[in-house]
Design a protein around this ligand. Structure first.
Ligand code: ZN
Length: 56
């Protein structure tokens, strides 16, 4: 599989997988923690709307 962030084959590195639910099908994969961290920063996942939702 290709790294979600940089597109290189994750098997060449020390891959990390993300899934929406524990034990679920991976929705994203990364070469290493560096790519995961860079992806999170690039997508603004740590400060994004997910933490700021308000009930309607
Ligand atoms: Zn990568």
């Amino acid at each position: 599989m290709e790294c979600t962030y940089c597109g290189r084959p994750v098997e060449d590195h020390d891959p990390l997988y993300l899934s929406a639910e524990a034990g679920g099908t991976p929705t994203a994969q990364f070469c290493n923690y560096g790519c995961l961290s860079a992806h999170v920063d690039a997508e603004d996942l740590t400060t994004g709307a997910a933490c700021e939702w308000s009930p309607e």
